[in-house]
Each structure stands twice: as C-alpha cells, then as structure tokens.
Design a protein around this ligand. Structure first.
Ligand SMILES: Nc1ncnc2c1ncn2[C@@H]1O[C@H](COP(=O)(O)OP(=O)(O)OP(=O)(O)O)[C@@H](O)[C@H]1O
Length: 561
C-alpha cells in the first residue's frame, strides 16, 4: 500500500494536483499507524514463540540424554561430538532461526501475491524477465556456494565447541595443571583448537566473499533492469512516470520475495549445518518410552558394530555366568568365561596388575560396558551403590551431597550428622556453614575427606550391595577399617578393588585377574596379598582355564555358577 501511495504522490506532483497529493499523504499516515505496532509486536511474538519451542525441544533432548546413561555411552564411544553444545546452543539457534526463516518465507509469499498483480497489470514482460532472472540466480547460488558453505558452517560449529571445551577442561583440572606447571602445554593445545576455529572461519569468509560478490551484482543489476525494460514505454508516453516508479518498486518487491534463498543464503547454510548437528544428536538418542506420539521417532544411532553383548538382568544377588568382557572397541579381551555368585554378606576383593581389567569388570557389573558375552544378574539399582576412587561431588549443599543421587529424599538432620560423625567428619557441617550451605566440595575437601563423605552417602542410603573401586585409597588404615566394618555390620555385600593388603580381612573371597583374560578365584583366608608389604607364601589356588565355568573351588558361602 505504501508503494502504491508513493507512486500516487509522484504522479500527483507531476500533474500538479494538490488534492490528490494530500489524499495520498493521509492514506500513508493511516497505513503507518497500523504498520508500526504490528511490526513491533511481530518481533516480540516471534521470539516468544522461539523461546517456547526451545524449552520444548531442549527438555526433550535433555530427557533423552540423561535416560539410561545415554550421556555415558555418547561420551565413551564418541559417535557425536560436543553433545552439550548441540543441546545448549544449536537448539537455540535452530528454534530462533526456524521461526525467522518461516516468517520471512511467509512475508515473501505475501509480498509476492501483493506485488505480482501490480507488476502483471503494468507489464507482462517484466514478470517473464523476473522469473527467468531469479531462477538463474537461485540455481547458481545453490549449485556453486551451497555444499561448501554448509560443510564449512558445520565444521565451524564443531571447532568453536572444541575450542570452548578445551578451556572448560583447563578450568576443571586447574589444580593438576598448576601442579604440573602444564600451562604451556595447555596453552599450546587451546591455541591449536582456537587456530583450527579461525582457519575454518577464514575459509568460510572466503566462500562468503564469493557469495557476496554474486549477491551484490545480482541485486544491483536488479535495480537497473526494470528501468531499462520500461524506459521506452515512458518515453513514448504510453506510461505515466508514477506508473514507472510503481512498476520499478513492484519489480524489486517481487524480486525480493522470490530471491529469499539468494539473499539469505549465508544464514540458511548456517541454519542447515545446525539442523544436521541436532539431527545427529537426536539420531543417537532414541525416543524414550512415554514421549508423546507427536515426537519424531528418531532412528537409533548406528552404534559401533558389536557382534556380542553381555546380557544383564536384575536379581536379589549378584551372579555372573560365563562372562567374557571386551573393551568397548572390541580390541582386547579383559576377562574370559568368568562365573560366580555372591551371597548376601559376601565380600569379593578384585586384585590384579594395573590395566588387567579390574575397573572394567565393575563397569560391566554396573551395566555400563556390554561388549562381550555371557550374562550378569545384579541387584536392582536402588539396592546398590558404587564408590569410585575419586567420588563425584556435585556443587550444592552438604545435604544434597549426602543424599546424592536421591536428592529429593527427606532424611532427618540427626541422621545426616550422625553419618558424618561415623565417617570421622564430625565438624564438617559446622565448618562449612550448616547442612544447607552451598560449597564447591570437589575443590574444598581433600580426597580423603571426599572419600569419607562418599562413605557417609552409603551409610545413609544403606544399600544391600556396595561396589568400591579403590574407594579408600586416600584413607589411613584405621579410618578404612572402621568404614569397612560399618558396611559389614549393615550386612552389605561388597565388591572391592584395592591395592592394599589391609582390606583383605574385610572380604570373604578374592578374584585375581592375571592378564590375557585369565583369572583365579581364592578364598580370602587362603590368599596372601602381595602388595609389597605383606610377607608369606601365596596360597595355592586353582587356575581357572579361560572359559571354564567350573574352575571355582566352591567355598562355603560363595556359590559357583
Ligand atoms: N574406553 C576404553 N576403550 C578401550 N580400552 C579401554 C577403555 N577404558 C579402558 N581401557 C583399557 O582396558 C584395560 C583395563 O582397564 P581398567 O581400567 O579396567 O584397568 P584396571 O585393572 O582397573 O587398572 P588400574 O589398577 O590401573 O586402575 C586397560 O588396558 C585400558 O587401557
């Protein structure tokens, strides 16, 4: 309408018609009065909608990411780079940009409808030229610049995420790096990532420069083109000057509408790269049960090919049957044909050289590693607890540490303080400002204190089954003995990894991994722990031939599978 009135005003002035001119001005003002609030609300509504959409999509991805330890699998097998960046940033860009492009697409459509008939009524030739001109322009843009720009944008997102992650790693490991005086090595690595991002960006800029050359030429020629085409009509007096201005305006408006791909190609290629990254993540995170049917059912990710997997199921006691465990890449066999059953109150100590597969066996028991064959029955997750050597400390209150991972349980303060007392941290609550004060525990507690705090978690949730991976390595023997005795008094079944002979007394059996997939089972009393401190002969143990399930000597409380 504004274009219409602009033409009207010029024609009125050319004809020296004051009434016609002022009428056009009034119509213009009315149009502006409607246009201004509409246009302002447009941005508000668009971005609010984008925000809602982001919340919906991020919630869905977060749900899938944290479902069934998928975050662990994704991080371990590296099928999807930087999932955090995809969830936090790519989703945001995707939702914002989708609406942006949808709305400018709709706007272009309206513009096309509004101006096409104006143009058609003035000159058919202009319409034909316009169609040919934009078809050629779009084809050239997509063909010549499409694929390279999309690829470069995909890598740009990845490189930026790698760069940021290298800085996050430095922050997370600041103390170790400072002790090593590793700043130069870190700086080199961070710079390397940064340079990678810059280099890719430079390539991107070069591609964009070519695209800009093309876009500029395309747009400037479009300004001259309609004038050249209708000049003769005006000169011969067939067309009023105002009509010519209207025609040129309509030509540019229709051109703008149909050139949407050419004009927005840089943004569109970034947008497409982002979609590819979100799609990759969704494909690696299959829909969870309970997600509504309208959710796009993602194809399961092409996980690394595994010919065989260990079957896991829940049972009151832990039992392994013919378990052969491989590393996730399938390259190494860590344990072959292992079978045993632990009865309630049993304690199994796993020993073996570094790298022999002790922690990996615990990963398999916890259901995190599945490459291999055989079956594992284990107590339900709610009845078990895992204590790693370096306990995970969430940033939060002392109460949430003690209840972790069941943060919403309601437990009396007296129970929490009692547990702290028992693990020999009687003044921790007081010195850190009470049970509800928020502290970065991983930074403020020593490793031994963190291990004791993790033990307090076990005492509070009193699981029937406890797995300890060198969980007492930073404690003195007296503390260690007290904590183990406390667990045994609860009647817990224990599986431990330890390098110190002192822990042997708390266990009933020993599983020795001797390398190359071989293993031996011993009764604890008959086992002489060789940690360089204990003396004495090793008790004879029956060697288990790999793959033989009946190699277990059959102790009183631990049943052979
Ligand atoms: N994600 C992985 N992919 C492939 N191999 C792995 C992976 N994680 C560990 N390994 C390999 O599996 C082997 C067993 O590792 P594991 O951590 O179980 O050893 P460990 O006996 O607990 O050693 P330590 O006593 O030093 O803690 C090692 O050789 C290790 O390099």
């Amino acid at each position: 309408m504004l274009n219409e009135q602009a033409g009207e005003m010029t024609s009125a002035l050319a004809a020296r018609d004051g009434g016609r001119f002022w009428h056009a001005i009034v119509v213009c003002l009315i149009v502006v009065a409607v246009f201004v609030p509409t246009r302002s609300l447009y941005y508000f509504v668009r971005d609010t909608l984008g925000n809602h959409w982001r919340r919906w999509l991020s919630e869905r991805l977060l749900g899938r990411y944290f479902h069934n330890q998928r975050f662990y699998e994704l991080t371990s097998n590296d099928t999807v780079d930087n999932p955090d960046q995809r969830i936090a940033e790519d989703v945001n860009t995707f939702t914002q940009r989708s609406l942006y492009f949808l709305l400018i697409g709709l706007g272009s459509l309206m513009q096309l409808v509004a101006f096409s008939w104006v143009l058609w009524s003035i000159s058919h030739t202009l319409v034909y030229v316009l169609v040919a001109y934009t078809a050629l322009g779009t084809w050239l843009t997509v063909k010549v610049f499409g694929a390279p720009l999309m690829r470069l944008n995909f890598f740009q997102l990845k490189r930026e995420a790698d760069f940021r992650f290298s800085l996050v790693r430095v922050r997370e490991n600041a103390e170790s790096i400072a002790f090593y005086r590793g700043e130069q090595a870190e700086l080199k690595q961070v710079r390397g990532r940064f340079k990678g991002a810059l280099r890719n960006y430079q390539r991107l800029l070069r591609q964009q420069l070519n695209l800009n050359f093309f876009q500029q030429a395309y747009n400037q020629i479009a300004i001259i083109l309609p004038n050249v085409l209708i000049a003769n009509l005006v000169l011969s007096g067939e067309l009023e000057v105002g009509q010519a201005i209207k025609a040129a305006g309509a030509f540019l408006a229709v051109l703008g509408a149909v050139s949407i791909i050419i004009d927005n190609f840089e943004g569109l290629s970034r947008f497409t790269a982002g979609i590819e990254r979100i799609h990759g993540l969704m494909a690696a995170l299959p829909a969870q049960p309970g997600e509504s049917a309208d959710a796009p059912e993602a194809e399961p990710a092409p996980l690394p090919r595994r010919r065989r997997t260990i079957q896991t199921s829940e049972a009151p006691e832990l039992s392994l049957q013919g378990v052969t465990l491989n590393t996730p890449d399938g390259k190494r066999e860590l344990v072959r044909g292992l079978s045993f059953t632990l009865q309630r109150g049993d304690g199994l100590l796993i020993v073996g050289e570094s790298g022999s597969g002790k922690s990996s066996l615990l990963r398999a028991i916890a259901g995190l590693w599945r490459a291999g064959e055989g079956s594992i029955q284990r107590p339900p997750v709610a009845d078990s607890m895992f204590l790693p050597q370096r306990p995970y400390m969430q940033v939060g209150s002392l109460r949430s540490q003690l209840l972790y991972p069941q943060f919403d349980r309601d437990v009396d303060d007296a129970v929490l303080l009692g547990a702290l007392q028992e693990v020999n941290l009687p003044d921790l609550a007081e010195r850190s400002g009470g049970l509800d004060a928020e502290v970065d525990w991983a930074k403020t507690l020593s490793l031994g204190e963190q291990q004791r705090l993790a033990f307090a978690r076990v005492l509070i949730s009193a699981p029937r089954f406890v797995i300890l991976d060198e969980a007492t390595s930073a404690l003195d023997t007296a503390n260690e003995r007290r904590l183990y005795q406390r667990l045994l008094a609860e009647g817990a079944t224990l599986i431990s990894i330890a390098h110190r002979s002192a822990v042997l007394e708390h266990h009933t059996h020993v599983l020795e991994l001797t390398g190359g997939g071989r293993w031996k089972l011993h009764e604890a009393e008959a086992y002489a722990f060789d940690d360089g401190t204990a003396s004495g002969q090793r008790a004879p143990a029956k060697d288990a031939a790999p793959g033989q399930a009946d190699a277990w000597p059959g102790p009183a409380r631990m049943a052979s599978a």
